[in-house]
Design a protein around this ligand. Structure first.
Ligand code: FES
Ligand code: FES
Length: 162
């Protein structure tokens, strides 16, 4: 069986073609082969959500996905959320304005998951926000302030689902 495979995929609007080990995780591919280190690794077995990326429009654990499984995929990482002129994505801006981060380790995964939630449900209840983000663990445990600030910002700005 081949130990390496050629893959082509689009990450943050840029197309890459690379030969990768068949057992390489997508998280390691993104971090080490593309040097996009904003995708973080915590547990590396699907529990914490730190490695969450958008894979063909759905949030996915990049630590549980092999790079070869993403052949042909469209991926968005935290680095792809800003506009070309550097403007923050509205959800990033909401996090920023509402101090919805502490150390920031969980933040990339939180942002990707939040944006997916808002694309599916632009006006979530607090319960729905909590449910959607229940798979993203924050070791700084700032959940109460985080949920309250985020919900306030979401309701204040209908552009958040951009
Ligand atoms: S590093 Fe992927 S879920 Fe924790
Ligand atoms: S802000 Fe520190 S892990 Fe969430």
């Amino acid at each position: 069986m081949a130990r390496e495979q050629r893959i082509q995929l689009t990450v943050n609007g840029r197309t890459y073609e690379k030969t990768v080990p068949v057992r390489l995780s997508l998280a390691d591919f993104i971090r080490e082969h593309l040097n996009l280190t904003g995708t973080h690794l915590g547990c590396e077995h699907g529990v914490c959500g730190a490695c969450t990326i958008s894979l063909n429009g759905r949030s996915a654990r990049s630590c549980l996905t092999l790079a070869v499984q993403a052949d042909g995929a469209e991926i968005i990482t935290i680095e792809g959320l800003r506009a070309e002129d550097g403007t923050r994505h509205p959800v990033q801006q909401a996090f920023h304005e509402n101090f919805a981060v502490q150390c920031g380790f969980c933040t990339p995964g939180m942002l990707i998951t939040t944006i997916e939630l808002l694309q599916e449900n632009p006006n979530p209840t607090e319960e729905e926000v909590r449910e959607a983000l229940s798979g993203n663990l924050c070791r700084c445990t700032g959940y109460v302030r985080y949920y309250a600030a985020l919900r306030e910002a979401i309701l204040a700005d209908p552009k958040l689902t951009r």
